[in-house]
Design a protein around this ligand. Sequence first.
Ligand code: ZN
Length: 145
Amino acid sequence: MDLKTLYRQVIMDHYKNPKNKGLKNEAPYHLVHLTNPSCGDDMRVEIIVSNGKVIDVRQEGKGCSICLSSASVMSDLLIGKNVDEAKALIHGFYSMVSGEELPDEDKLEEAIAYKGVRDFPARIKCATLAWKCVEKAIEEVEQHE
Ligand code: ZN
């Protein structure tokens, strides 16, 4: 199996069997809702941050397979990470999809499957939408602490 096939499989697995799907709509979850009008993606992400750690991430959206699967991969990757680590992973993901070489891209684990998005600039917003949600949610939670 070549790398592209493997990556496609990761994306399809998370699209068909999304992790951490469904919102709680209650405290202490903090919700951020963002859309990507260019594709019609609509994403909601909820997080709990406590003592500098991402305790939980929930996600729920409508949209394309890149967007929805990426939300699942993101939630799986960030749960249990400390906030600084999570921010570094989010920025690493942005760098990777925009075509930069990352020395420590292995840290992105399954999210590395979106590396090919760099060849399809119109899809970068699809791949990053859930990550923008969680980034904003972390910022907002930190502002209220
Ligand atoms: Zn999309």
